[in-house]
Ligand binder design. Sequence first.
Ligand code: NCD
Length: 339
Amino acid sequence: MTSQSAQKCAVLESQLVGRSVVTLDDLSTDHIRLLLAKAQYIDEDMKRVAHTCDGRILATLFYEPSTRTRLSFETAMLRLGGRVIGFAGAQSTSATKGETISDTVRVVSNFADIIAIRHPKEGAALVASRAASHAGVPVINGGDGGHMHPTQTLADLSTIQARFGRITDLVVGLCGDLMFGRTVHSLIETLCRFGNVHFVLISPDELKTPRYVIDRIEASRTCDYEEVHDLQDVIGKLDVLYMTRVQQERFFNEDDYLRLRDTYILDPAKMKLAKPDMAVLHPLPRVNEISFDVDADPRAAYFEQVRRGMLMRMALESSLLGDSLPGFSESDECKEVTE
Ligand code: NCD
């Protein structure tokens, strides 16, 4: 007889099959909890899941530079037993001949079982998900312009969960380019759904959080925010400090970028003012925003975040494909999801 928790996990799992993830609003908070639990389960013994996606093919269509996101999507599939096709950079594709994203995705959905896409235009992942739906192939957004980056948020949530044992009841500071930083937008929106977060939004006036993201904080009953300029003034009250790179590629004017890029630099002197268990997150790549001598501080969580991103992508890819992780339904992690 299957236990109640196994049955509940099975229901949640069945709802994920074939879904595209353009933003995390495409998943319920229970689905996100399920993915966190699966990542935890995978981390305990990666060999156990090494054949979960045997015979599957992931396509990575990356029209924008990427190091960790593409390699993480690909490693995730390889570690699950699947294989990978794709391109890194639009210059080697038919986009240079004028092919639309929609047509490219429609073509690739004949080759692959699941697609991860990154594109400089906001909304590109949504277009791709519609094009692939003809073939029932799920599309995962690996970043669309300055809009959203849902799988980075999964990595962030997993890191926060590991550090604090929770993703609610926190003071979360986000610092730097809150205007163009898509990872910031996805993270705020998602934390708002879990609730009880006070956001401290630290940026110059020119790089403030967009209105549509602020609207989400205002609409959530249990979250609130303050906007400030100075990191030093507020660092002492933060549980999480999420540093970001000023997004040079989204600026219209090089002078503005040069003026703003070094506004915030986290260094050991500032870390001295922070709580002893504050977690420093950064989606990476970093440019100047965190000095290298912060890396050895146990509060630095940004390299751990990379590993968690891969585990979360393993959880996500297998779930959207409907490939169950062997043994998961009997695991303690599955029980915790349904408690
Ligand atoms: C981020 C991105 O591409 O939005 N990087 C990542 O995927 N980890 C952040 C950035 O480029 O600054």
